[in-house]
Every structure is written in C-alpha cells, then in structure tokens.
Design a binder for this molecule. Structure first.
Ligand code: ZN
Length: 320
C-alpha cells in the first residue's frame, strides 16, 4: 500500500523518540542497580573480560581451542547467572537490565532487512488517520455519557424505545470492548438526534484507546477530500488510509451529492473493506426503504451484510 512519505518521516521521528526514551530508561535502571548493588560494577567488568576472552580465543586459533572456548563461555555464563541471581535476590526481575524495545521486530529502528517495519507503517497510518479525524469530536462522547433516560418507555406504536436502545447500547459497548479488527460491521439506521453519532464516536474513542487505527468521517466530507486529492487540489492518499485502517466509521450516509462518481466510489470503499473482512460502522438517517431507493442493489447488498441497529425514539437534541 502506498503511504504518504510525509507520514513516514513523521512516524520515523516518533520511533526515534521512543528509541531514545528507551535508552534513557535503560541507563536509569543501570544507575539504580549500580547504586543498590555495588558488586554489579565488578561483575560487569568480569562479564566484558570473559566475553572478550572468548572472542580472542576464536581469533587466535590456538591448540585445544574447543576446550578453551568451552571453558571461557562457561565462565561468561556463570557471571551472567550471578548477575541474575543478585537482581532477583534484590527484588528485581532477572531481565531488568535487558535492552528495552517497544518493537522487538526492528529493535526500534523502523526497518527490517532494509524494508519498513510493520510498526513504522502502522504509526504512519495512524498519523494519516489523525489528520482525517481532526474535525471529528472524538473525545466528546463516551458510553458513560449516553443517556438512556432520554428515550421514551413507550411510543405511539406500542414499542419500548428505551428497552430497544438499551440493547443497541450493549451491542456497541461489546463491539468496542471486544474489538479485534475482523468483526462484522454495524449499520446504524434511524432519524436525526437518536444517538447514532454519539455511539459511533464512543466506539471510535474506545477502539483508538486500544491502539487501533480508526478513521471517523462523514460521507460527504470524505468524498470531497478524495475528490480534491484526485483532482490535484490537495495532497494526500485518503483512499489508501481508509482502505487500510483497522476501523472505518462513515457517518451520515445519504447526505452526499447523489451522482455516479460518488456512488461508484462508495461501492469501491464499502465493498473493498467487506471483501477483506475489515470492519466498518456506517450510520444513516435514511430508512431502509429510502436506502433501497437511493442506492444500487450492489451497495445495498453489501450494506446489509453488516449488523443492522435500529435507533428509535424522538429527536433527543431538543431534550438536551
Ligand atoms: Zn518495528
């Protein structure tokens, strides 16, 4: 997948920062141990001596080389064991002084065998997603602030919207809590002011907290951004970011201009993610009948492969 170079450079800066923070932590730990266990200084010298002894024996190729190397290696191991023993005796983990890496795969260098490491790509994607999310109020909504009391317990047709919304809320909480990046998506259907945006923002916040890459955007804005990039009015590769992120949240489907270009782009986005089992949340103010009238069969058939959540009640924005 092509990743914008600007984000790769920024991601590299992030990884470099993590690398130096880890080095700093290693130094702090070593200073702490040398102060608490002074014998460690002698052991460190001894460890370095035994290691260089092994190396010079290999280089010298002297008689009885195998036996000598074996003996020197055993001495080296014995010093390491002694250090581990001292650490555990003083209440530390035996690996307390090991090198610290946030990504063990690349050792926080960002590359493996000359290729970008997954951690670098992931970080670049997240930066691109953050840019796309910058106008979304991701920190304003939570599950805790979702007020079920705003939904009536009885509606004109005899339903109990509060009870129905309690189930919807639970499905959203479970989706966010158990998010792994391969679950079936959610299709949120219902009129304005019924909490669709609130719950999708709450899911986004929770899933981001779990270190996944989430893009949240309204359908009209997203299509505008992609258009601008395609026609050279702005730079970026939004199509790649939204096809690769762990969770794509498309708000307000149906509010975009209805034309062939938008319809085929929407199909490309929705179908692309569903085919690769990448989750999505799509919310719309349109009823199922309106959806069917506004979109082609191929989009409708994809949309309804997701779990449909019907939002019921009266417009809560006036009650708030
Ligand atoms: Zn890495």
């Amino acid at each position: 997948m092509p990743i914008n170079k600007e984000y790769i450079l920024k991601a590299r800066e992030r990884i470099d920062k993590i690398h130096s923070e880890n080095k700093h932590l290693e130094e702090q730990r070593r200073a702490e141990i040398l102060q608490k266990i002074p014998r460690f200084i002698d052991l460190e010298i001894k460890l370095a001596d035994t290691a260089s002894n092994v190396i010079s024996l290999i280089a010298a190729n002297s008689p009885n080389i195998k036996e000598k190397i074996k003996k020197a290696s055993e001495e080296n191991l014995a010093v390491q064991r002694e250090m581990e023993r001292l650490l555990t005796e003083n209440g530390y983990d035996k690996n307390y002084l090991d090198q610290i890496y946030t990504c063990a795969k690349c050792g926080d260098t960002g590359t493996v065998n000359g290729e970008w490491c997954e951690c670098l790509k992931k970080s670049a994607n997240k930066l691109a997603a953050e840019e796309l999310n910058k106008h979304s109020p991701l920190n304003l909504c939570s599950f805790e602030s979702f007020r079920l009391s705003l939904y009536p317990e009885q509606s004109n047709n005899g339903d109990n919207p509060r009870e129905e919304m309690k189930k919807v809320l639970q499905i959203c909480v479970d989706f966010a809590e158990n998010f792994k990046g391969s679950e079936k998506g959610l299709l949120m259907i219902g009129g304005t002011g019924l909490g669709k945006t609130h719950l999708s923002l709450a899911i986004a916040a929770k899933v981001i907290e779990k270190d996944f890459c989430v893009v949240y955007n309204s359908v009209p804005e997203l299509l505008r951004t992609i258009d601008n990039e395609q026609f050279g009015r702005s730079t970026g590769d939004t199509l790649s970011v939204i096809s690769e992120c762990d969770l794509l949240i498309l708000d307000d489907l149906g509010a975009e201009n209805v034309n062939e270009r938008n319809a085929s782009r929407l199909y490309e986005i929705i179908n692309g993610r569903i085919c690769r089992s990448l989750p999505m949340i799509v919310s719309t103010n349109l009823s199922p009948v309106e959806l069917t009238n506004n979109y082609s069969d191929r989009i409708i058939s994809r949309l309804f492969t997701m779990k449909t959540l019907a939002f019921k009640g009266d417009d809560n924005r006036f009650k708030l």
